[in-house]
Design a protein around this ligand. Structure first.
Ligand code: SF4
Length: 461
């Protein structure tokens, strides 16, 4: 592909936004493998041709078409879309038409740089004559990732519900993987099993997601969990429990984080990573919080029209958050009756931690809200160590590190920062090994208080 260095800003308005997906192929970047595939299947259930793009194969493109100052996820995803498009042009030949596709790249409002990825990628795509007409579908945290306009109006609500449900089920499959793999009877069994289970769930969501037949999906999830339990060797003693927080892309993208969970497991850990649903709940919670603040301000100034508008928003976001938390609780309760998987945090609880201990404010926003409070929750909940996984120079994660490190020191819980970019840090593995040595000492001294302990009553099934 040849690029032209001509930059025009009009396309940012015209070719980045929410577009109808009818008769288009929706390209979903692969941040978290399981989540991406099940979400794509959910879209397919609604008649949208959704595909998950290969990831990390186009990293050279990503590096070539960025300056090196961008966030690492921006480099990776830029490479992914350029690589996908190049391959697609090879396959389709003259029949290739960029207007057949919508590349899905959500955004969030400041203060960090996530809101700029799709704008930057628009400029990159526009530099390729053949990719100028490829549209970028951008959902935004400004409206809690509203899906309005993507499909027929009367089905948008169902799509949102099914998509959220797919996020929670994907989280469970990930948690099952991390719960079982450190104790597996034979090396590789869990990875094979989870890969197979992901395809089973894709099929379930494609068939039952659109009709919201969630009980059928839950029944199948229960079967998967029961089968997964049989992989656990109950003679393997419990291992130190390590919690991961950090930037959502890096902590879930196994290539970009150089398989940090697997490396931790190699040195004897059982790991729980923060979930994807936590971020979705946070965006809804944040919108609700913002609507409440604006409502109070307008009420004080007796601006009745605006007061009414924000009151409506409060009801809407409150019911959305209520629904999300209800669904999440339903899925976790069902699964936790079968196996001892880690619970997810409620966002209001995380905010309370920050307020009570005066650590950080939700007013400042970003993932630091979740990471700082999540770490404190891990440390107090009996985890033996905490790892902060993030892209090199990530602003919210650097803030998190500055605030969390002294707290972890005070709580005497081992803590490790793991910033990543496309280079390999020579001391990284040694740092993880040292961290795990400390985690073992913590484990021997304090045990594991609450989560993830191999409970033979539950595990033996
Ligand atoms: S969270 Fe960090 S890596 Fe992600 S966009 Fe913001 S600054 Fe960049």
């Amino acid at each position: 592909m040849d690029s032209q260095k001509v930059v025009s800003f009009r396309p940012l308005m015209e070719k980045v936004g929410r577009f109808n997906l009818k008769n288009k192929t929706v390209l979903i970047p692969q941040m978290n493998r399981i989540g991406g595939h099940i979400l794509a299947a959910t879209f397919r259930g609604f008649g949208v041709n959704a595909r998950v793009m290969d990831t990390y194969k186009g990293l050279d493109f990503g590096k070539e078409y960025t300056s090196g100052k961008e966030c690492y996820p921006c480099q990776v995803t830029t490479g992914d879309i350029l690589y996908f498009m190049e391959k697609e042009q090879e396959i389709c030949g003259d029949a290739f038409n960029p207007e057949d596709y919508i590349y899905f790249m959500p955004e969030s409002s400041g203060p960090c740089r996530f809101g700029m990825y799709n704008k930057y990628q628009r400029i990159v795509l526009d530099s390729f004559p053949k990719l100028k007409k490829l549209k970028i579908g951008a959902l935004t945290t400004n409206d809690g990732y509203s899906l309005a306009g993507l499909i027929e109006k009367e089905r948008v609500r169902d799509l949102r519900k099914a998509a959220y449900f797919s996020v929670v089920v994907s989280d469970i499959l990930d948690r099952l993987l991390w719960r079982v793999r450190p104790y597996e009877k034979q090396s590789g069994m869990t990875d094979d099993f989870i890969e197979k289970s992901m395809h089973v769930m894709e099929d379930m969501f494609e068939r039952y997601g659109a009709s919201k037949d969630f009980d059928k999906i839950l029944d199948k999830l229960g079967d998967i969990v029961n089968e997964g339990k049989t992989i656990i060797d109950t003679n393997v003693p419990p291992k130190p429990l390590i919690g991961i927080v950090g930037e959502i892309y890096l902590r879930t993208h196994v290539h970009a984080n150089q398989n940090v969970i697997r490396v931790l497991e190699r040195y004897g850990a059982e790991v729980v990573n923060a979930s994807i649903a936590e971020w979705v709940n946070y965006t809804t919670y944040d919108r609700l919080r913002d609507a409440k603040i604006r409502f109070r301000l307008n009420l004080k100034q007796l601006r009745l029209n605006s007061t009414r508008k924000y009151l409506k928003e409060i009801f809407s976001y409150r019911s959305e958050l209520f629904y999300q938390e209800y669904r999440q609780k339903q899925v976790y309760s069902r699964v936790q009756a079968l196996i001892d998987l880690a619970q997810d945090h409620k966002i209001a609880h995380l905010e309370n931690i920050l307020v009570r201990d005066n650590l950080y404010s939700f007013d400042a926003g970003t993932e630091a809200c979740l990471s700082i409070a999540g770490m404190v929750e891990y440390a107090r909940g009996g985890y033996n160590g905490v790892v902060n996984v993030y892209p090199f120079t990530c602003m919210p994660s650097t803030t998190t590190s500055a605030i969390a490190k002294p707290i972890m020191n005070r709580l005497r819980v081992p803590y490790l920062d793991t910033p990543y970019d496309s280079s390999s840090q020579p001391g990284r593995e040694a740092a993880i090994r040292t961290f795990m040595y400390q985690a073992y000492q913590h484990f021997e001294r304090h045990g594991r208080k609450r989560l993830g302990r191999v409970n033979k009553d539950v595990v033996a099934g």
